[in-house]
Design a protein around this ligand. Structure first.
Ligand code: FAD
Length: 492
C-alpha cells in the first residue's frame, strides 16, 4: 500500500497530496493529524481509524478528479456524508482518502409541478421538506437522524424512518442519481421519470453503501402533504401485547403512515430528558400510530385502530390531530437514541428485521438474552415493518465489555435471521455486520453480489472492507467468502 503523505507522483515528482490540493484547492484538503481526528469514526464510535487525508469537494467535477487521483495511485477511498451511520460504513481506511460531501450542500432544482427536487448529496434530509413544505409538499423518508444526516448517506444506506411503513424507504423516493464511478467516470442512473428502460442500475446503487461510487446529484420524489393526520398513543402492560396490536392493525387492512414501539426503559429515558409528559412511565410499552390521508379515511381508521388496541389489552388510547401535540408525541420517539446515552455511558444499537407476526416471540427472546448476558437492552423500533432496534447498554470503561456486547448483538441478529428476518432494516452492513453476511446468504448469493461490485469497482478501491466479510475482520468466517471473490479483482 502506498504511504499517501510521503509518496510522490511519477510524472512531476510532486507529493500525491499536492495533486489533490491543485485539483480541489488547498482549503479543500485536510491533512493535519488533529483535524483528521474528527473523521476517524461515524455514529458507530467503537470502531475508529484515522484517514491519511480528507478532501472536501464542492462539485461533481471535483469529486471525479479526486476519485481519478485515487484510481491513478491505487489509493483506497471512502465517501462520507454527515457521518451519522451506525454500521461503520464511513469508517476510513488506513492510509486512505476520505471524500466528504459536506460542502456539496445545495438544493439545485425544485420542480413542484412534477413533484421533483434535485439536490447535492451533502444536503441534510430535513432541508428537503423544509424547502417544499410551504407549498404543501414533503419528502417522506424521515430517519430519526433527519436533522443531521445527508441525502447521499440516505441513498447509500437506503435509509428508512417512521413514515416508511406506508410510503417505502429511500429507494422508493429516488428517481435518479448522478454517480462518479471508482475510475472517475460520471454516469447518470435512473432519470427524471419513474419508468426507465434497461437494467435498474439505480436500484442497484441505492443501498450499495459507497462500494459502487459516489452519488453527486440526487433527484428525489416529493409527495403532497396529506389532508389529515392523526397520531394515536396506546399504552400496554407488556411489549408483547403492543406487538400483537401491530400485527392486528395490519391484518385488519389498515396501513398507518408509521407505527413505533418503545419499551419501559426507553419511555423513562426519554421522559427524563425530553419530558414530553405524554408517555406513561409505568407502561410496559407504548405504541405510536400515525394515520394520514383524507379526513374521512383518518376518522374511520382512528376508530378501528383504537378498537384493535383495546382488544389487545391497551390500558388507554389517546389521539392527537393538532400539529403541536403530534409533534410532542413524536419528539420523544425521535430523541430515543440520544436518551439512551442518558441512562448508560455507552450503547450499541442493533438493527435487525423480523416478520411482524414474530414480534412478541423475538422480543421475549431478546429479554431472555438481556437477563442471561447481564446487559440491559432498551427497545425502540419501527414496529410496523418489523425493524427492531435493540439498544444494548454498556460501559466501555469496563474491560472486555464491548466484545461481550458485540456477541449479544450477534445473537440478536441470529434470532432475527432464524425468525425469517434480515441482518439490517436500514442502518446497513458496513464494517459492523459484514462478518454475518454468510448467515443470510449462501456462497452463490454473495458471489453474485461480488460480481456487481467488481463490475463497478474492479480495483476494489471504493470503500474496501465493507459489506462483505474480509479475512482481516472475520477470520475463519471469511473463508466462505474467499471463494466468492471476483477473479482478478482486488475486493478487500
Ligand atoms: C440518532 C440516530 C438516529 C438514526 N435513525 C435512523 C433511522 O431512523 N433510519 C435510518 O435508516 N437510519 C438512521 N440512523 C443512521 C444514519 O443516520 C443513516 O444511515 C444515514 O443515512 C447516514 O447518513 P450520513 O450522511 O450520516 O452518512 P455517513 O454516515 O456519512 O455514510 C453512510 C454510508 O454512506 C456512504 N456515503 C455517504 N455519502 C455518500 C455518497 N454521496 N455517495 C455514496 N456513498 C455515500 C458512506 O461511504 C457510508 O458507507 C440514525 C443515526 C443516528 C445517529
Amino acid at each position: 500500500m502506498l504511504n499517501l503523505l510521503s509518496s510522490t507522483s511519477k510524472r512531476n515528482g510532486q507529493p500525491i497530496i499536492k495533486a489533490f490540493e491543485q485539483a480541489l484547492g488547498k482549503d479543500a484538503v485536510v491533512r493535519r493529524k488533529d483535524e483528521l481526528l474528527t473523521y476517524e469514526c461515524d455514529g458507530l464510535a467503537a470502531y475508529r481509524q484515522r484517514p491519511a487525508l480528507v478532501v472536501l469537494p464542492r462539485t461533481t467535477a471535483q469529486v471525479a478528479t479526486a476519485v481519478k487521483i485515487c484510481d491513478q495511485y491505487e489509493l483506497p477511498w471512502v465517501a462520507r456524508g454527515a457521518g451519522t451511520g451506525l454500521s461503520g460504513g464511513a469508517l476510513p481506511v488506513e492510509d486512505g482518502v476520505l471524500i466528504v460531501t459536506a460542502r456539496m450542500n445545495r438544493i439545485l432544482d425544485v420542480d413542484l409541478e412534477n413533484q421533483r427536487v434535485v439536490v447535492q448529496p451533502g444536503v441534510i434530509n430535513n432541508w428537503v421538506t423544509q424547502t417544499v413544505s410551504g407549498a404543501g409538499f414533503y419528502y417522506a423518508p424521515d430517519p430519526s437522524s433527519q436533522i443531521i444526516c445527508s441525502i447521499g448517506g440516505n441513498v447509500a444506506e437506503n435509509s428508512g424512518g417512521v413514515h416508511c411503513l406506508k410510503y417505502g424507504v429511500t429507494t422508493n423516493h429516488v428517481l435518479g442519481v448522478k454517480v462518479v464511478t471508482p475510475d472517475g467516470s460520471i454516469i447518470d442512473l435512473g432519470g427524471a421519470i419513474p419508468e426507465m428502460p434497461g437494467y435498474d442500475l439505480m436500484g442497484v446503487f441505492v443501498g450499495s453503501e459507497g462500494t459502487l461510487g459516489i452519488a453527486t446529484e440526487v433527484t428525489l420524489r416529493i409527495l403532497k402533504t396529506p389532508e389529515a393526520i392523526c397520531v394515536l398513543l396506546a399504552d400496554f402492560d407488556t411489549i408483547a401485547a403492543a406487538g400483537e396490536a401491530v400485527a392486528g392493525i395490519i391484518s385488519a387492512g389498515v396501513i398507518p403512515a408509521g407505527m413505533e414501539i418503545m419499551d419501559n426503559l426507553s419511555i423513562n429515558a426519554v421522559e427524563d430528558i425530553v419530558a414530553t409528559g405524554c408517555y406513561p412511565r409505568d407502561a410496559g410499552a407504548i405504541l405510536l400510530v400515525e394515520l394520514d390521508g383524507l379526513e374521512v379515511e383518518v376518522t374511520t381508521n382512528k376508530e378501528r385502530v383504537t378498537q384493535i388496541c383495546q382488544q389487545k389489552g391497551a390500558r388507554g388510547v389517546t389521539a392527537a390531530s393538532d400539529a403541536e401535540t403530534r409533534l410532542k408525541l413524536w419528539k420523544g420517539r425521535k430523541a430515543a437514541f440520544a436518551a439512551a446515552g442518558h441512562i448508560s455511558p455507552n450503547y450499541f444499537v442493533q438493527d435487525g428485521v423480523i416478520p411482524r407476526t414474530q414480534l412478541a416471540k423475538v422480543l421475549g427472546e431478546i429479554e431472555a438474552l438481556s437477563e442471561s448476558s447481564g446487559y440491559r437492552i432498551a427497545n425502540v423500533f419501527h414496529a410496523g415493518d418489523g425493524n427492531l432496534h435493540p439498544l444494548v447498554l454498556y460501559d466501555e470503561a469496563v474491560e472486555g465489555a464491548f466484545a461481550e456486547v458485540e456477541k449479544v448483538g450477534e445473537e440478536i441478529l441470529r434470532l432475527c435471521v432464524e425468525a425469517g428476518g434480515s441482518l439490517s432494516g436500514e442502518h446497513g452492513i458496513g464494517a459492523d455486520k459484514n462478518c454475518y453476511m454468510p448467515q443470510m446468504f449462501n456462497e452463490t448469493d454473495l458471489e453474485t453480489m461480488q460480481l456487481v461490485r467488481g463490475a463497478f469497482n474492479p480495483k476494489g478501491l471504493a470503500n474496501p472492507g465493507k459489506l462483505f466479510p474480509t479475512p482481516k475482520a472475520c477470520g475463519e468466517r471469511a473463508n466462505l467468502q474467499q471463494s466468492a471473490q471476483v477473479k482478478g479483482a482486488k475486493l478487500f
